[in-house]
Ligand binder design. Structure first.
Ligand SMILES: Nc1ncnc2c1ncn2[C@@H]1O[C@H](COP(=O)(O)OP(=O)(O)OP(=O)(O)O)[C@@H](O)[C@H]1O
Ligand SMILES: [Mg+2]
Length: 183
């Protein structure tokens, strides 16, 4: 895939299919050891141990529209290609946690890409689900929490154009701040 944010979108779609009510996406960059750790955590239906053991296999899918599930194998490959690591843990009825560590100095590292658009897409297409997006760069952190946003907005839906514009600006501005740029 051209950019990791598309893999992240894919993995988050799994959480949505698993009927999660809260999905947490966190991206943590660390320049001291050239790593980027991506976590996608959900409180969806989870997977049995048997399913979990097979999930890295592209021919393991509960899809009915086609026989191959590529989301997890592709994300795993993208991480391991860089010399990083991949882990998935899950408990039936509790949820699933996917962790991928990338070595950002590897020539096989795929850039994160437009993660803001991925986050906005997830939020606006699934307004019934709560998303928590966390970006951490060398210990500086910001969070976009739709649960909080919904409280502030009262009944205004998250896919209202003005709200979408605000979220876009907020993500851009906060990202610039923690990346050390001037706003
Ligand atoms: N977060 C999750 N919670 C519960 N089950 C999951 C989760 N993620 C993956 N699975 C299970 O693992 C299977 C494989 O996932 P994977 O993303 O690799 O392929 P897919 O979703 O089936 O197809 P694709 O991603 O190519 O559309 C899924 O069909 C689903 O049954
Ligand atoms: Mg999938």
């Amino acid at each position: 895939m051209r950019e990791l944010s598309l893999n992240i979108l894919d993995i988050s779609q799994n959480s949505i299919s698993a009927k999660a009510s809260v999905v947490e996406v966190s991206v943590e960059e660390n320049s001291a050891d050239n790593t980027m750790t991506v976590k996608i955590i959900d409180d969806g239906c989870g997977m049995s141990e048997e399913m979990l053991a097979r999930v890295n296999d592209p021919f393991c899918t509960t899809r009915t529209t086609r026989k191959v599930g590529m989301g997890i194998p592709l994300f795993k490959m993208a991480a391991e290609m860089t010399g990083g690591s991949f882990d998935i843990s899950s408990v039936v009825g509790e949820g699933t946690q996917v962790t991928a560590v990338f070595k950002t100095d590897s020539i096989d590292f795929t850039p994160l890409g437009d993660i803001d658009s991925t986050v906005i897409t997830l939020i606006t297409m699934n307004t019934h689900i709560d998303f928590l997006y966390r970006l951490i760069v060398d210990g500086r952190e910001f969070v976009l929490d739709t649960k909080q946003l919904k409280e502030i907005l009262g009944g205004v839906p998250l896919n209202e154009p003005e709200v979408v514009m605000w979220m876009k600006e907020y993500l851009k501005e906060q990202t610039q701040i923690i990346r050390g740029g001037v706003v």
